[in-house]
Ligand binder design. Structure first.
Ligand SMILES: C[S@@+](CC[C@H](N)C(=O)[O-])C[C@H]1O[C@@H](n2cnc3c(N)ncnc32)[C@H](O)[C@@H]1O
Length: 206
């Protein structure tokens, strides 16, 4: 196993399975309407993973996208880490439809998204699969306004629960609160996430 490859749990394998079932359907539907469609992977990763359960090497989202039939018209893979970007470049060398971008996806996406303009009869599916809550609300809001980009967001509840939504929220570090505000867009999560709700199907929270 390369030092760069992640070892992934069953939940990540399920995610990859959903992606591999969804992309061909999306691609067929959109290309069938004569729309120019792009695949954008905001947190592309290494491209391969080692399964914790079976030990097998399995395709990550970039390779799933590259083998999707019918093919997308353009592929954009973004990652922050230089060695991952180098690895991503090895999968489709010389192909003018495949672009690998090194940098923070929050910045790269804002430059890239105009390529998927509704007015230009373009559409895109954008996979946002961070380790944590490292996507800025501005990016999601921009995508929402475009009407041409569908997102697949891996909503990292574990990061929120471990770092921000603590039993005693006053214990959260200011830097973590800042991350949460950037992800959520404002501070309204404070009211929403700590609100008591009911009735519940099974018992009540006290
Ligand atoms: C969960 S992995 C992606 C897995 C991949 N989507 C898959 O299913 O095969 C997250 C990746 O995001 C990259 N990353 C972390 N922060 C980033 C950022 N701000 N912009 C772009 N990439 C980032 C990490 O280097 C890592 O490779």
């Amino acid at each position: 196993m390369s030092a760069e490859m992640d070892r992934i749990g069953l939940w990540s394998e399920v995610k990859l399975d959903i992606i591999s079932q969804y992309l061909p359907v999306y691609s067929k539907l959109v290309s069938g309407r004569n729309l120019y469609h792009l695949y954008i992977d905001g947190f592309a990763g290494y491209g391969l993973h080692e399964s914790r359960t079976s030990g097998e090497i399995i395709a990550g989202s970039p390779l799933i996208a590259l083998t999707t039939v019918p093919a997308f018209r353009e592929y954009h893979f973004i990652d922050l880490k230089h060695d991952r970007v180098e690895q991503l470049r090895t999968y489709a060398p010389g192909r003018s439809d495949v672009h690998v971008h090194e940098g923070d996806c929050n910045e790269v996406l804002l430059n890239l998204l105009p390529k998927a303009s509704y007015e230009g009869y373009r559409r895109a599916i954008c996979l946002l699969d961070p380790y944590g809550i490292d996507i800025a609300w501005d990016v999601i809001a921009t995508i929402g306004r475009m009407r041409s980009v569908e997102i697949f967001l891996n909503f990292m509840v574990m990061d929120m629960n471990m770092n921000v939504l603590l039993h005693h929220p006053e214990n959260a570090l200011p830097s973590q609160i800042e991350r949460m505000n950037r992800f959520w867009g404002d501070e309204s999560w404070r009211q929403i996430t700590y609100a008591r709700q009911g009735p519940f199907l099974v018992g009540t929270i006290r």
